[in-house]
Design a protein around this ligand. Structure first.
Ligand SMILES: O=C(O)c1ccccc1N[C@@H]1O[C@H](COP(=O)(O)O)[C@@H](O)[C@H]1O
Length: 216
């Protein structure tokens, strides 16, 4: 996938308040994420996510995030919330991820040792894209930690998002250094888990746009 010099897509993840969803829409982010991973401190109930979806402006995607949830749980959330994209952070394989009739992103754990040399596009042929995150395989996401960006595979063949420890302070450097298709942030724009900070949301978007101009 060639780098996109025009506009880096932005996803804000782990939202729990309708007001944060509204502000994200006004700031022009491309997607907001709702967390359904069991152990997450940002986990919300399907009814809450469904209510927050109504706060989304047109042309903003809603992403449902899972980590080794059961097929029944995912199915129920897809039916109830109607997310536009699914994001899987656990040990789910391609057959599981594409079994819900909704495009999916596969999160790739970049912490710990590299475990396989099989190319991602061969392991996840049905993925709409990948998301490189800092946690170790099996570890929790949303940790606010970065990873060594030089380890990002160059041959994904699909759009990919950079995640893990991004903040308004480092996202300019991250976008200039890695030229991702998109960036995903959770803790870097928070006051506390699930509670976003309006000023940090705004400056995160400003910094990504500044990097896009720099990359032209
Ligand atoms: O946010 C969570 O609680 C979470 C739980 C389980 C898997 C992933 C999770 N979050 C995702 O992790 C990355 C990076 O987050 P951060 O910016 O470092 O806090 C991002 O994709 C979150 O959506």
């Amino acid at each position: 996938m060639k780098p996109n010099f025009f506009r880096t897509r932005i996803k804000f993840c782990g939202l729990t308040r309708a007001g944060d969803v509204r502000l994200a829409s006004e700031l022009g982010v491309d997607a907001v994420g709702f967390v359904f991973a069991r152990q997450s401190t940002r986990r919300i109930e399907p009814e809450e996510a469904r209510a927050m979806r109504t706060a989304l402006a047109p042309f903003v995607d809603s992403v449902a995030l899972f980590k080794d949830n059961t097929q029944e749980e995912v199915r129920e959330i897809v039916r109830h919330v109607r997310p536009s994209i699914l994001q899987f952070h656990g040990s789910e394989d391609d057959a599981f991820c594409r079994g819900f009739g909704v495009p999916y992103l596969k999160a790739i754990a970049m912490g710990g040792e590299a475990r396989t040399t099989i190319p991602l596009r061969a392991r996840f042929p049905g993925a709409a894209g990948f998301l490189f995150d800092s946690h170790a395989p099996g570890g929790e996401g949303g940790s606010g930690k970065t990873f060594d960006w030089s380890r990002i595979p160059q041959d994904t063949g699909k759009p990919w998002l950079l995640a893990g420890g991004l903040t308004p302070e480092n996202v300019f450097d991250a976008v200039v250094a890695t030229r991702p298709w998109g960036v995903d942030v959770s803790s870097g724009i928070e006051l506390s888990p699930g509670i976003k900070d309006g000023d940090r949301m705004r400056s995160f978007v400003e910094e990504v746009r500044r990097a896009d101009c720099h990359n032209l």
